[in-house]
Design a protein around this ligand. Sequence first.
Ligand code: SAM
Length: 234
Amino acid sequence: MPSDRDKTLAAFGEKQAASYDDRFAKASAMRDAMHLVTRLALGELSDDARVLCVGAGTGLEIAYLAAAFPRRRFTAVEPAPAMLTLCRQRADREGFADRCEFHEGFLESLPEGEPYDAATCLLVSHFLERPERSEFFAEVARRLQPGATLVNADLASGVGTPRHARLMAVWRRMWLLCDTPVEQVDQMLTEFEKKVPLLPPAEVVELVCSAGFESPTPILQTLLIHGWSFTRSS
Ligand SMILES: C[S@@+](CC[C@H](N)C(=O)[O-])C[C@H]1O[C@@H](n2cnc3c(N)ncnc32)[C@H](O)[C@@H]1O
């Protein structure tokens, strides 16, 4: 039986990677908002800060942050080879590859090094069940120096509540707006409800704090996407 990690890799294979950047084109304002608040939350770091980007995907957030902060350095951690290939290509194309390190694999396989000044985990950890998610954030905390900033954005919702049902109805309209055929949307959302272990926003905050962070600050909500900044506890 495939492990959760195998399923993650399969979900971000070559076909999915190739369409990843364009799939949400008509809802790109949501992604732009996420990047903007991430940039603002990381605004106080030193000019040459080192940022760990876990689940870097095709490199969208690194490209945005690299343009905003031209002396900062980034480490892209990404287990799906096709996604990381696109991330590297973007870095070459947009001229920030010399400030990037690329690690193909999960975070625990990243070679040990100096602790980072900040981390981003955008749209990554909602794929993980609660115990794996706790381990994931504990590993992020371990790679950061005390006082470092984490920006985390997760899909979050209290499944089974009327509020969740209303939110999913709006989420469905977002997919339709993005020109996804209706049968595909409905099939995808059925799979999503079965497979993605959404937690209510307050439980995400509690889990991240238990893994070694404090000062949770809500910086974003667009539909299911919730974003926070946290400080790595001393
Ligand atoms: C929805 S994409 C988000 C990519 C990017 N952060 C963005 O916002 O566009 C999720 C990415 O996280 C990666 N991923 C999934 N589980 C992970 C894990 N446990 N550790 C690191 N990356 C993971 C996937 O391979 C995928 O590229």
